[in-house]
Design a protein around this ligand. Structure first.
Ligand code: GAP
Length: 443
């Protein structure tokens, strides 16, 4: 639903830039596309990997008490019975008998009227399960039904003991996973915001229930600070505190940011109590409780979850970064000249450093420099068009630094580094260039 933060023009511009410059485009486009599925192109997948790597570094690699997991997308279907997805993961739907449109009842302003055509001739609302079904094995019958996972966290609960024992972890500790999730969303919409196939980055933190709220507050703060470092502020980020909680949950918040269609959920931080491990203990018959050696007692660990979508992170970053700079480039008597620029944080920009020879005569030198730097940064070499055009190309994909190798470079062994945001240029010795860029590209 549109709100005061909605900016449909920005969405159109982003969708068009994403397609034109190879960030994101519709899946199976030559076949007319496939609603709710998106492909990431060359710049998109560089950025996607960078977003995932940054999260992984922040959540796993720089912490002693978080372990990683890479589980399968399809697993024993009883998992989804235990988690409640088979019985409860559904939306209430109604069909319009006049225009045949299908609607989610909770999203209709007036549940008796079709929002598409105004007809009152609607079917009785019925439950529509969001799990994606498949079959495993040679026979396609009910006994061989399996599901594509609807969230990446369930295997973390199922593998709780295996990870804990293998990694010799004691409570409190967490397990993180980045991976695909699938939901048969009724109305995929708002570009990649609500897709049917998407990537989640989830971390489940297991702790003693007595300390549950302490850890909930800790993770809430950690995650908010993370987004602050990525350029979100009080202007475009807010916290939604859930008042209606699942019966097992003690607290839940959503980190919401401004998307082009208005405010939307980016990440959830949830106190899930002992629900998940208890359910999987019950359904599997394996006791997933934990013996606390320090206090000589057995407990069922409480779970604090942080869960965010990669696709939503990218959309939020792109929307926050998009800018059109008119005044800086308009010359008298000339038509308005718009510089489209993505002010992306350097750590997630698809290209961090572009190497541009001033003239094609210098291509070999600039290319060789680019090759050396590829080991340390995401780099691109571009020799076509005027320097101005090449800067524009890089601005549009959010490249924070352009390095120009010019004729002077042959003598002074230095290059000109141009900053995307300030457009200031600085002469830097080639031997200092790596340190100089590393100093700028930190988190
Ligand atoms: N394990 C908890 C869980 O999955 P969720 O709120 O359903 O909770 C968590 O999803 C995050 O996954 C969301 O905050 C969002 O970033 C992302 N997400 C959920 N559904 C999505 C969809 N259909 N398309 C894209 N991202 C989605």
């Amino acid at each position: 639903m549109a709100d005061e933060a909605s900016n449909p023009e920005l969405m159109d511009k982003l969708v068009s830039l994403c397609k034109r410059r190879g960030f994101v485009f519709p899946s199976s486009e030559i076949y007319g596309g496939f609603n709710g599925f998106w492909d990431y192109g060359p710049y998109g997948c560089r950025m996607k990997r960078a977003v995932e790597a940054l999260w992984w570094k922040e959540m796993v690699e720089t912490r002693d008490n978080i372990e990683g997991l890479d589980s399968t997308i399809i697993a024993n279907p009883t998992i989804w019975k235990a988690s409640g997805h088979i019985d409860q993961f559904s939306d209430l739907m109604t069909d319009c008998k006049t225009c045949k449109a299908r609607h989610r009842v909770d999203q209709m302003d007036d549940p008796t009227t079709c929002p598409a055509c105004g007809s009152k001739d609607l079917t009785e609302p019925k439950e529509f399960n969001l799990m994606m079904k498949t079959f495993v094995g040679p026979v396609f019958d009910d006994e061989h039904v399996a599901y594509l996972r609807a969230e990446s966290c369930q295997p973390i609960f199922v593998d709780f003991h295996s990870v804990r024992v293998a990694a010799r972890q004691k409570l409190p500790f967490g397990v993180a996973q980045v991976g695909k999730a699938f939901r048969n969303e009724i109305n995929p919409r708002n570009f990649t915001f609500r897709s049917r196939e998407f990537t989640q980055m989830e971390m489940e933190f297991f702790c003693d229930g007595d300390e549950g709220m302490k850890w909930f507050e800790y993770w809430k703060e950690q995650r908010i600070n993370y987004y602050k470092k990525l350029g979100f502020s009080d202007d475009n980020m807010r916290i939604y505190v859930h008042e209606k909680l699942a019966h097992y949950a003690k607290a839940a918040i959503d980190i919401e940011v401004k998307f082009p269609f208005g405010w939307g959920e980016l990440e959830g931080v949830h106190h899930r109590g002992t629900w998940d491990l208890s359910q999987h203990s019950k359904f599997s018959g394996e006791d997933l409780s934990y013996f606390d050696h320090d206090n000589h007692r057995t407990i069922m660990p409480t779970v604090i979850e942080t869960s965010v979508g990669v696709d939503r992170t990218m959309l939020a970053l792109l929307a926050n970064a998009y800018d059109e700079d008119v005044a800086a480039t308009k010359k008298e008597g000339q038509e308005e000249d718009v510089r489209v620029v993505l002010h992306l944080p350097a750590l997630v920009a698809p290209i961090q450093v572009a190497f541009l020879p001033q003239s094609k005569k210098l291509s070999e030198n600039a290319h060789a420099l680019c090759k050396t730097f590829e080991r340390y940064f995401r780099c691109e070499f571009d020799e076509t068009g005027s320097i101005g055009k090449r800067y524009r190309r890089q601005d549009e994909i959010g490249t924070p630094y352009c390095v120009t190798f010019d004729f002077d470079s042959l003598n002074d062994n230095a290059v000109t580094v141009r900053d995307r945001d300030t457009m200031q240029q600085e002469r830097v010795g080639i031997t200092q260039l790596r340190d100089y860029l590393e100093g700028k590209i930190g988190f």
